[in-house]
Design a protein around this ligand. Structure first.
Ligand SMILES: *[C@@H]1O[C@H](CO)[C@@H](O)[C@H](O)[C@H]1NC(C)=O
Ligand SMILES: *[C@@H]1O[C@H](CO)[C@@H](O)[C@H](O)[C@H]1NC(C)=O
Ligand SMILES: *[C@@H]1O[C@H](CO)[C@@H](O)[C@H](O)[C@H]1NC(C)=O
Ligand SMILES: *[C@@H]1O[C@H](CO)[C@@H](O)[C@H](O)[C@H]1NC(C)=O
Ligand SMILES: *[C@@H]1O[C@H](CO)[C@@H](O)[C@H](O)[C@H]1NC(C)=O
Ligand SMILES: *[C@@H]1O[C@H](CO)[C@@H](O)[C@H](O)[C@H]1NC(C)=O
Length: 935
């Protein structure tokens, strides 16, 4: 009993002593004036989530949230007031905004101030922060400060860490002040616009030489800051996504402490020096997205600490096996990430892959690597991401290749002539999130049963894999996270089961198969749907009108090239997200329904090649975002309405070809300044060509600013995009054609052929100098060919045949050096064909049916008196040209669709802060980040 009391007492004593001691440690309470200063500071802030509720009253402010004091003196030492950020880096509601009160200056011992991830939108960084003399750590990143970075920050002579990383609202005129930060070790100015300081930075040494960590990505730099050469302590250097165009400077290889070097997204060119091997501390090397050429030097093998190497998207060549060989000197055992995609590497994959025991990500896509996938590949037991698409790998891949790949998450291997052989009851060791096997050969050639085991699958892409059979009912439900399915261009048949409601939005591309029966009902969460190029029949009624009241997520819909019939139902009220509606090449009849006018986001409307009739309905006026309107090959009647010109001011493509339209071409059409393709051929249009044509700004100036932003920039087209563009072309052209990047420029064309247009060709036409194709054939045009036609220097195709043009061929025409198709036949042209290698290279048929003389015609100009000998008439020469014009038109439509459907959707999926960013580069970087992260 007694001992219990003693024990209790001694415990109590101990407790008291400890309490006193511990309390003594904390005991110096905060200073009165500092508490007042904090309260003032709080007062200036807006704190919607009330995070500073503890900042109140007379208590010890050292206990307030985010406040750290010196234990002995009670002076405030640190303020930790960062906002909260969610997984994808967006600040969520728990952040501060409002004003930063200068009362902070009373915190004279403050060494650490963190205000990152807040929302001081529109406020400049207060210059008084430069008077917080004790600061060693200042973090204002991602807090939406704007304007000039105050030079007073240069007075913070004790500062060791300065982080101003933000999205493109900060600017710098001169960085002179930075030389004051003599203790600086960590400087992050990423995203600030330093372009004005770029030249200056090149020649100065002002960057503090102690710095170990320098981040200046996305700063608009044109040059490498010269001072870096002296920063011999540098461990981490990020100059990614600037505009630096130079070779990699030699001195960079002397920074022997560098552990991380990021130069991606610039225009570094030339070869990589063998001095690369001097960077013996390097762990992480990123040169991706540049124009670096040549072989990767063998000295790469000296980088014994390397774990991450990114060199994708350059012009590197050489043999992939030699690169792997060089790692074997010391680094192969620890390399974790290796990306060499989108270069010109060749050779076979080495069979010694088992040495890469820690390899987690391997990207070799888009090279010319050939040979089989070596069996040792199956030993990469850490592998999570494998991307080897778009090479020339051949042979059979069997289940054995995957035996140890238990961690594989992304398998991207599209566009290789590989065969995947699996047994029907294979249970794969992995759980994939992404499976991309485009253009493989599957054996057996049916939808693999083992997919059912992949319950984490998000992206499934197996187009053009020759699989046949029907879509089983389990297919829509085996993985609840599935959001992207591409099974197009296969031999699947039968009816498509209804796509039932699911939690995740879903993109379904199953066009170009042999499905038949009626269209499936589609749950309201499907976002993109391609059922084109199949044998679907019946009406559209159930598809559009089922469950009328439920709002639908669908934004892209392709039902083109099927056997659908009946009317387009008037049920569009709840399909307000539709951006693309493609119903072309079916057997649809009737009018354009009124409720289409509810589709305020509608951008592409393709109704070509049906049996639609009636006048062009005025409710289309409301679809002011329309960029492509293709109503060609139908039976539309009446006049071309004026409102097309006044309301649809975003139109880039207007095709009303092959209808029964009559009347004049309305002058209002000239208001369509973004127009790139105008096709009114094969109608009964009469009157003159409008003279206001010069208003078509894109055709006339082709300037970046006047153009609807189709241009992608160098990075705009990403990973999925190329394929989608090609696919878009397939869909549009009805056969598979692969266009190289150079052909993916924009078509700009004007086709008014086969009407009854009369009068002269207005001279203003020749101001549309970016037109590539002009077809005015088979009208009643009279007068001369405009003398300045030679100004239209980009013309590749010109057809003026079957009109009543007279006079001589304009001599300026001989300067049309790109012209590859010319038809002037069957007019009343006279005189000598102007001499130029170009014009003489055309066939005689380009000129027959006139009173012309001189080569290429056999009529000698001297001894004719205007009589033309008969030349073998190859019917009328127009059809060639027609084909050609359509080539361009199809190309244009395909490209536009492809580009927007992809980039558009990527943009929509991005966090808003990224969308608002000013530089395309940055969008790309974020995309890159998102995609990399995702994979
Ligand atoms: C101050 O007190 C806190 C809390 O007791 C303790 O974690 C910290 O280590 C102390 N710091 C110093 C410098 O004594
Ligand atoms: C600092 O504190 C003093 C006295 O406590 C006060 O007079 C002064 O206004 C404060 N300064 C600022 C900038 O708030
Ligand atoms: C910063 O230092 C300069 C001298 O280098 C001085 O003139 C200026 O007043 C200081 N600014 C502040 C805000 O302390
Ligand atoms: C920096 O390097 C340059 C040569 O590039 C040299 O002239 C200069 O003295 C160096 N500055 C310092 C501070 O070391
Ligand atoms: C790299 O190291 C080698 C050997 O030590 C040396 O000859 C070469 O000059 C170094 N390269 C650079 C750029 O300093
Ligand atoms: C792919 O490899 C085969 C032989 O394996 C060769 O015949 C073919 O030309 C290669 N294709 C390309 C595009 O390199």
């Amino acid at each position: 009993m007694g001992s219990t009391v003693v024990r209790f007492l001694s415990i109590a004593t101990l407790f008291t002593i400890c309490f006193l001691l511990c309390n003594a440690n904390l005991s110096a309470p905060c200073k009165q004036n500092e508490r007042q200063a904090l309260l003032k500071f709080k007062h200036g802030l807006e704190d919607p989530s009330n995070q500073l509720s503890s900042w109140a009253g007379e208590g010890d402010c050292c206990n307030w949230k985010g406040v750290v004091c010196y234990n002995l003196t009670g002076h405030v030492r640190e303020l930790h007031l960062a906002g909260h950020v969610n997984d994808i880096g967006m600040s969520i509601n728990m952040s501060f905004s409002g004003k930063i009160n200068p009362s902070l200056l009373n915190l004279t011992h403050l060494t650490h101030l963190d205000l990152s991830n807040n929302d001081f939108e529109g406020m400049q960084i207060p210059s008084f922060l430069g008077s917080l003399k004790s600061l060693r750590y200042l973090n204002l990143s991602y807090s939406s400060f704007v304007g000039l970075i105050p030079h007073q920050l240069g007075n913070l002579t004790s500062l060791q860490v300065l982080d101003l990383h933000d999205y493109f609202n900060l600017e710098v005129e001169s960085l002179q002040w930075i030389s004051g930060l003599s203790q600086l070790q960590h400087l992050d100015m990423s995203g600030a616009n330093l372009s004005k300081a770029s030249d200056w930075l090149r020649v100065t040494n002002t960057l503090p030489s102690l710095v170990e960590n320098l981040q200046m990505s996305e700063c608009g730099l044109y040059h490498i800051p010269g001072g870096i050469a002296n920063m011999t302590n540098l461990k981490f250097l990020d100059l990614g996504f600037n505009s630096i165009s130079s070779t990699i400077p030699k001195w960079l290889y002397r920074l022997s402490h560098l552990q991380s070097l990021i130069l991606s997204g610039n225009s570094f060119h030339g070869e990589i020096s063998s001095s690369l091997g001097n960077l013996t501390s390097i762990v992480n090397l990123d040169l991706s997205y540049n124009q670096v050429a040549g072989n990767i030097p063998n000295s790469l093998g000296n980088l014994c600490k390397l774990t991450t190497l990114y060199m994708s998207n350059n012009n590197l060549n050489g043999s992939v096996s030699e690169i792997f060989e060089s790692f074997s000197r010391c680094s192969s055992g620890q390399i974790e990430s290796l990306s060499l995609s989108s270069n010109n590497l060749s050779g076979h994959l080495t069979d010694k892959l088992d040495h890469f025991e820690k390899l987690r990500r391997l990207r070799l896509a888009d090279n010319s690597i050939s040979g089989p996938l070596p069996p040792s590949f199956g030993n990469l037991s850490c592998l999570e991401v494998l991307s080897i698409g778009e090479n020339n790998l051949t042979g059979v891949v069997s289940q054995l290749h995957f035996t140890n790949l238990t961690r594989l998450v992304v398998f991207e291997a599209s566009e290789n002539p590989l065969t995947l052989e699996t047994t029907p009851h294979w249970l794969p060791p992995f759980q994939l999130s992404t499976l991309v096997l485009n253009s493989w050969h599957l054996e057996p050639s049916e939808l693999p049963m083992w997919l059912q085991s992949q319950t984490q699958l998000q992206i499934l892409s197996m187009p053009n894999t020759r699989i046949s059979g029907t879509i089983p009912t389990w297919f829509w439900n085996f993985s609840s996270g599935l959001w992207y399915i591409d099974l197009s261009e296969n031999k699947l048949y039968g009816e498509v089961p209804h796509i039932f409601p699911r939690s995740m939005n879903l993109d379904v591309y199953i066009g170009s198969n042999q499905f038949n029966g009626s269209l499936p009902l589609v749950s309201s969460t499907v976002e993109k749907l391609d059922l084109s190029n199949s044998l679907f029949s019946g009406t559209l009624f159930h598809f559009f009108c089922n469950n009328k009241s439920e709002p639908k997520a669908l934004s892209i819909l392709h039902l083109d090239n099927n056997l659908l019939s009946g009317k387009i139902p008037d049920c569009f009220r709840n399909w307000k997200n539709l951006v693309v509606v493609n119903l072309e090449s079916n057997n649809l009849i009737g009018n354009i329904p009124r409720s289409l006018g509810y589709l305020l986001s509608l951008t592409y409307l393709h109704l070509r090649n049906n049996h639609l009739h009636g006048e062009l309905p005025p409710y289309l006026k409301k679809c002011t975002d329309l960029t492509i309107l293709d109503l060609s090959y139908n039976k539309f009647l009446g006049k071309i309405p004026m409102w097309i010109g006044t309301s649809l001011s975003n139109l880039a493509v207007l095709s009303l070809r092959s209808n029964q339209l009559h009347g004049h071409i309305p002058y209002k059409l000239c208001n369509l300044t973004y127009l790139q393709i105008l096709d009114l051929a094969h109608n009964n249009l009469s009157g003159r060509m409008p003279r206001c044509l010069y208003k078509f700004t894109v055709m006339a100036s082709n300037s970046e600013t006047s153009r609807v932003p189709f241009d992608s920039g160098d990075y705009g087209l990403f990973i999925f995009d190329n394929k989608k563009i090609e696919k878009a072309n397939v869909v549009t052209k009805g056969r598979e054609v692969k266009y190289g990047k150079s052909l993916l420029r924009l078509a700009i064309s004007l086709d008014l052929s086969d009407n009854i247009i009369s009068g002269e060709i207005p001279e203003e036409l020749t101001s549309l100098i970016y037109l590539q194709s002009v077809n005015l054939s088979n009208n009643r045009l009279s007068g001369r060919i405009p003398p300045k036609i030679g100004d239209m220097i980009w013309l590749e195709s010109l057809d003026l045949s079957m009109n009543q043009l007279c006079g001589q061929i304009a001599p300026s025409m001989s300067s049309l050096t790109f012209l590859s198709v010319l038809n002037l036949s069957y007019n009343n042209l006279t005189g000598e064909i102007p001499k130029s290698t170009q014009l003489q290279s055309f066939d005689q048929s380009s000129f027959i049916g006139n009173k012309l003389c001189g080569p290429p015609l056999e009529v000698n100009c001297r001894n004719t008196n205007g009589t033309v000998p008969p030349v073998a008439d190859q019917k009328h020469g127009g059809s060639d040209l027609l084909e050609d014009g359509w080539f361009y038109l199809s190309l244009g439509l395909g490209f536009l669709f492809g580009f927007w459907s992809v980039l558009g959707s990527l943009l929509l999926n991005l966090p808003w802060s990224v969308v608002f960013s000013r530089f395309l580069n940055s969008i790309v970087r974020k995309l890159y980040g998102v995609i990399v992260e995702h994979f």
